[in-house]
Structures are given as structure tokens and as C-alpha cells.
Design a protein around this ligand. Structure first.
Ligand code: ADP
Ligand code: MG
Length: 256
């Protein structure tokens, strides 16, 4: 890490004693744990334009939810803009992603219990009265399709125009909008004491279509009836149809 960045970080959290690059890295960023005298922080850095925009959005979400007691997320600490990178500082949480916890779990019972807790955690989140500060402008799906269009035009996505036009004409029948995580894969929920208890990677958190979260939540279990059953023992409010699952998982998610 260059000297000037280190200095800027120290202006926010105080003098740095130690720094580790985490074993578990994300897709869009580089994550490190930083220790000061009395606590530790998570530093998340992004370099590509698209991912810097996401990191900024994540910082804004964390910041506006900082004092809330309704949604379990890391605490916002600071944001540093450099010429070729951006850096988000947040509380370091002791735990691991559900993906990592599932790999580590040694028995089927343990895996199913983790997945059940994921279902429960998401169920409770979707059932909450949406926070006013999370309500975005306009209809969520419409906004996502617009973003997707922009990514296609700028060559920033794997999805193509044929798929996008298909998604525009085949929008699923609307359901009641709820608070959503917006990228709710097993990578982005955190396991603490053997239960899913926290959201991370919250750039997309807003009010939108809960079927998007649900579809991304089960994408790894779609062909595993036992795991699906465990998930739906926790998530009892709704069950996506096959068509809805494909619309969101193979459709919309292609662009993000
Ligand atoms: N607040 C946090 N506390 C501890 N570890 C974290 C925290 N946020 C992220 N991590 C770790 O960093 C990894 C990547 O974080 P994530 O925000 O998902 O990055 P990306 O956007 O690149 O996917 C996670 O899998 C997790 O192990
Ligand atoms: Mg992630």
C-alpha cells in the first residue's frame, strides 16, 4: 500500500499496527483486515470504473443505515477516493460468508441448518416494513433494465441485447415490493455462530422485487432438492416459480 493512502486511512481510524490480505476475496474488490491499537476494520478497495461505482453505492448505503437497528450490516467508518481507486472502511465482523461456511461444514445436517438459517434471515428481512430512506426513485425492475442497457452499450457486461429485449417484454407479474439486498448470493451473507446473521456487499440494497433476492439465494441449490427444502423451511413467505427463477437468475443477473 502506498504511503499517501496509508496516511489517509490513519486519518480516519488512527495509527495502523498490522494489515492482512484476507484469504476470502470478493469478485469486484480487494479486501484487507486492518488492526489499530484497540480494534480492527475491513478495508475494501476497487480499481475498475464499474466496481468503483458499486463501492461508492455501498458506502452510501452503509452510511445512511449507520444508526439503524433494523437491518444487520457492518458499520460505516469512512471512504477514501484516490485517482485510480476507491477505498471503503467498515467494521470488521467476525465470521465468514455462507459460501465459506458451507464448504467448511462437515455434515449434511450442519449444511442444511446453515441453509435453513439463510432462508429465515431473508424471510425476516423481506417481511419488514421498508425503511423510508431505502426507497429509490421509480420502479426497481425498470431501473435495473435501464442500468443493464447502459452496461450493454458500454461493453461492461456479459449479457447481450437479445436477452435484454427478451427481459423487457417478458417482465413477471408484479408483486409487493420489499426491502431487498440486491445481490443476495451465498457469498454476500455472513455466518456468525453457525447462523446467517448479517448482510455484506450491500451496494444494491434498496426497495425492489424480493423474487430477485430469493432467486439469487437459491441459485446454488436449484438442483438440490434437500437444500431447497431446507431453505424453504426458513423462507416460508413465497416460492418463486421456475419461470421467475430463470427470469431473475439466468436473465437479469447476467448483466450484473
Ligand atoms: N465487514 C466485513 N467484515 C469481515 N469480513 C468482510 C467484511 N466485508 C467483507 N468481508 C470479507 O471480504 C469478502 C469480500 O467481500 P465483498 O463485500 O463480498 O466483496 P465483493 O464486492 O468483491 O464481492 C467476503 O467474502 C468476506 O470474507
Ligand atoms: Mg461479494
Amino acid at each position: 500500500m502506498n504511503h499517501s493512502l496509508k496516511e489517509k486511512i490513519e486519518n480516519v481510524i488512527g495509527s495502523i499496527h498490522k494489515m492482512n490480505v484476507l484469504d476470502e476475496q470478493g469478485w469486484t474488490s480487494e479486501v484487507r483486515r486492518i488492526f489499530t491499537g484497540d480494534r480492527s476494520f475491513l478495508l475494501k478497495s476497487s480499481y475498475k470504473e464499474k466496481y468503483r461505482t458499486w463501492l461508492k453505492a455501498e458506502a452510501q448505503v452503509l452510511k445512511k443505515l449507520n444508526k439503524n437497528t433494523v437491518i444487520s450490516i457492518p458499520e460505516y467508518v469512512g471512504f477514501i477516493k484516490e485517482q485510480h481507486s476507491d477505498h471503503l472502511i467498515m467494521s470488521f465482523e467476525d465470521g465468514m460468508s455462507l459460501t465459506a461456511a458451507l464448504t467448511k461444514a462437515s455434515s449434511l445436517t450442519e449444511k442444511k441448518s446453515l441453509i435453513r438459517s439463510f432462508g429465515q434471515f431473508l424471510h425476516q428481512f423481506h417481511e419488514k416494513e421498508p425503511l423510508e430512506i431505502l426507497v429509490g426513485e421509480g420502479e426497481w425492475l425498470e431501473g435495473q433494465l435501464l442500468k443493464a442497457q447502459n452496461y450493454v452499450e458500454n461493453g461492461q457486461t456479459d449479457g447481450d441485447l437479445t436477452l435484454l429485449n427478451h427481459l423487457k417484454t417478458k417482465k413477471p407479474t408484479p408483486v409487493k415490493q420489499t426491502m431487498i439486498h440486491g445481490d443476495c448470493t451465498t457469498d454476500n451473507v455472513f455466518v456468525i455462530d453457525r447462523e446467517v446473521q448479517l448482510f455484506i456487499d450491500v451496494a444494491g440494497m434498496t426497495v425492489g422485487d424480493p423474487r430477485y433476492d430469493e432467486s439469487l439465494a437459491i441459485r446454488k441449490f436449484w438442483n438440490n432438492p434437500e437444500y431447497l427444502t431446507a431453505f424453504y423451511e426458513g423462507y416460508t413467505r413465497y416460492r418463486v416459480t421456475k419461470e421467475e427463477f430463470h427470469y431473475f437468475n439466468e436473465g437479469l443477473y447476467e448483466f450484473f
